[in-house]
Design a protein around this ligand. Structure first.
Ligand code: ADP
Ligand code: MG
Length: 321
């Protein structure tokens, strides 16, 4: 199977690559063309996933397709953007039809769930890796950035934390665990649900937002730095799933604080906006607040600052910027 047959069979023919609103020209030419309305901005984000770094070396291709798209779409949620389209740069050691068909099915299922159309990409031979670029639209000036947190705001998250980190020993085969709890965690690792609806709800409400990909503490550090404030997080307030508590036991809080791959939104909000947001999004949980200062501090139930566990994941070590 040649490169062009591969693109045609598995990607151009995928359900997610068919005609879609906002896509003036899709796969097949030198560029895709996306249509924006006046007063809209294009939100763009790229994510690369490398075998052995971001997922196990021989992943289930359906699950890999699902997860790759979810990870990329989560950045649109974090900006409050409306999903529009994505491109896929795929590097593969070999072209196996069964593998590609399952991968394209997982990708397409998640893409259709998110409202993202596949409009182009690149296909090369080499060690397995994927680069997805997502495009979304947002009314000009309304995107949620990391930079607006105000002293006195609440710090909130959009759902339960730490499940994917709790699943990691299962994903890597380091821990054997079966049953509904383990299945739930594995589902949270392989098919995270980008919080696109919450992102839209937060437009004009949240003062700062991001999606948690490298761990709560590490990512909240980005809000603190970009906003020029400090964030206080109360460990006892972290929302933990029953499955995580059952499988990870005492390590559940550390999974929530420092584990990666949550793809849950963290955001800051004026206290008077909380009730209306919780009515629309009941999983919204207050985990701390914004104070003057810098960095992220973890507090125990008595309000004392405690030492956090190891920081979130960084690819080239953690010797500062
Ligand atoms: P070019 O030579 O102009 O870079 P290619 O030959 O690489 O174009 O690709 C042909 C068409 O197929 C282009 O429209 C490109 O965007 C699309 N394409 C290539 N690989 C993929 C892929 N993995 N998924 C979706 N579209 C792809
Ligand atoms: Mg090309």
């Amino acid at each position: 199977m040649g490169e062009f047959e591969l693109i045609r069979r598995f990607f151009a023919a995928a359900p997610c690559a068919q005609a879609a609103e906002g896509v003036a020209l899709g796969i097949g030419d030198d560029c895709a063309l996306l249509q924006l309305s006046p007063g809209e901005q294009l939100a763009v984000s790229t994510d690369t996933l490398v075998a052995g770094v971001h997922f196990p070396v021989s992943p289930d291709p359906f699950l890999l397709g699902q997860r790759a798209l979810a990870v990329a779409a989560s950045d649109l949620a974090a900006m409050g953007a409306e999903p529009l389209a994505f491109t896929l740069a795929l590097t593969l050691p070999e072209a196996h039809a069964d593998w590609l068909a399952a991968f394209a099915r997982g990708l397409s299922q998640m893409a259709q769930g998110c409202g993202l159309a596949l409009v182009g990409g690149d296909t090369t031979r080499g060690p397995l890796s994927l680069t997805l670029t997502v495009f979304g639209r947002v009314p000009a000036g309304q995107a949620l950035t990391r930079g607006g947190a105000q002293v006195g705001d609440l710090l909130c998250v959009g759902g339960e934390l730490g499940d994917a980190a709790g699943a990691l020993p299962l994903v890597l085969g380091q821990q054997q665990s079966q049953g509904v709890q383990a299945d739930y965690l594995l589902q949270r690792y392989w098919a995270p649900q980008p919080q696109l609806t919450l992102g839209r709800l937060l437009r004009g409400q949240a003062t700062a937002a991001l999606d948690i990909s490298d761990g709560l503490l590490a990512d909240c550090g980005h809000i603190a730095k970009a906003s020029g404030v400090a964030l206080h997080i109360e460990a006892a307030r972290l929302p933990l799933s029953p499955a995580l508590q059952a499988v990870a036991g005492a390590a559940a809080v550390d999974c929530a604080l420092a584990g990666g791959d949550d793809y849950v939104l963290a955001f800051t909000l004026a206290p008077q906006r909380l009730a209306a947001l919780q009515a629309a999004w009941p999983a919204c949980t207050v985990i701390g607040w914004v104070v003057a200062g810098s960095g992220v501090q973890l507090l125990d139930a008595a309000g004392h600052i405690v030492n956090p566990p190891r920081a979130g994941y960084q690819h080239f070590g953690s010797t500062g910027d």
